[in-house]
Write a protein that binds this ligand. Structure first.
Ligand code: DGT
Ligand code: MG
Ligand code: MG
Ligand code: MG
Ligand code: MG
Length: 293
């Protein structure tokens, strides 16, 4: 069929594939959640309902997209890490970011009544911005996630102290801000303990560590991390590893392998944990998450 005379406009579209063989991190952040949280009477400093809602929306996105290896959330933000070898949407940046962002937002709105049964959503309705960043090395992704979790800790210590001064210490918000100016972590810990009998270490892990979402293969696939080294498949994998080690050609998976992994991912349970992801222990226990073979 002949093209319409209008079709030339397509040539104005620019391709936007993200760099191959890199981890893709998509981070979403709530728009103007300072006022959104006030409008919906979020408790301060942490509203457990709001945080559970963020996690439920993120877990739904992770379930929907098996190429997401891990997600990390705190406050009004969530980061989704896609596998290095992902070919989802041909790695097109706009398609990836807008799909993750809009499906997260839809789930957030859809699930809202479950978490806030007594608080109807009031416009302006929640929306989230999104960006994608490519990281070439596993160490960069680890550092990225460490950066977000360190930020969570710094902000939570500040907010916990700030709101203790206001809510329990009777200070105005300006006075509390003045009081905390120039203080270090140890000073805030001291204020919490000496004035309010709060031991920061005993605060919920949920608030101190944020939320980590991933597929738990420990029950489904105990040997995922350590395939039987005597099998022909393992020998082939070793040969392949040697080859990629000398050539750095990105690993390409067969269609059947991709299908198999997708099925496995669908079966695995998506879990939410509030654990340290800065130290090695988390990663050593779960080598399949960012397994960089
Ligand atoms: P943005 O991201 O530039 O559009 O502006 P905001 O206002 O979303 O600022 P952002 O993302 O830097 O900070 C997140 C805001 O969300 C911050 O003002 C505190 C609020 N927020 C997030 N989680 C909670 C919560 O659990 N309770 C309360 N009360 N506020 C929260
Ligand atoms: Mg925000
Ligand atoms: Mg901001
Ligand atoms: Mg934020
Ligand atoms: Mg379409």
């Amino acid at each position: 069929m002949a093209n319409s005379k209008f079709e030339y406009v397509r040539a104005f579209e620019r391709p936007d594939p993200l760099l191959p063989n890199t981890f893709i991190v998509i981070r979403l952040d709530g728009r103007s959640f300072h006022s959104f949280s006030a409008r919906h009477a979020f408790t301060k400093p942490n509203d457990i309902r709001a945080l559970h809602l963020m996690n439920a929306a993120a877990a739904a996105v992770v379930r929907d997209l098996p190429d997401i290896a891990i997600a990390y959330g705190v406050s009004d933000e969530f980061s989704f890490v896609l596998r290095r070898e992902t070919t989802l949407f041909e790695r097109r940046e706009a398609k990836l970011v807008t799909t993750v962002c809009s499906s997260f937002t839809s789930w957030y709105v859809f699930l809202w009544p479950q978490f806030f049964p007594e608080t109807p959503l009031v416009p302006p309705l929640p929306s989230f911005d999104g960006r994608a960043v490519c990281y070439p090395a596993l160490g960069n992704v680890r550092d990225y996630l460490s950066w977000r979790q360190a930020d969570c800790h710094i902000n939570n210590l500040y907010n916990t102290t700030f709101w203790a001064l206001v809510q329990q210490g009777g200070m105005t918000t300006q006075e509390a801000e003045e009081e905390l100016k120039g203080t270090f972590a140890k000073d805030k810990n001291e204020i919490l303990f000496s004035r309010f009998k709060i031991n920061y270490n005993n605060e919920p892990e949920f608030f101190k560590k944020g939320s980590v979402i991933f597929r738990d293969y420990t029950d489904v696939l105990p040997s995922a991390a350590a395939p039987d080294s005597s099998s022909p498949a393992a020998a082939a994998a070793t040969a392949e590893a040697q080859e990629t080690a000398t050539t750095a050609v990105p690993r390409e998976k067969s269609k059947t392998q991709i299908e198999k992994e997708k099925k496995r991912a669908k079966k695995a349970q998506v879990v939410v944990e509030h654990v340290d992801i800065i130290q090695d222990a988390f990663w050593e226990k779960r080598p399949w998450i960012l397994g960089d073979r």
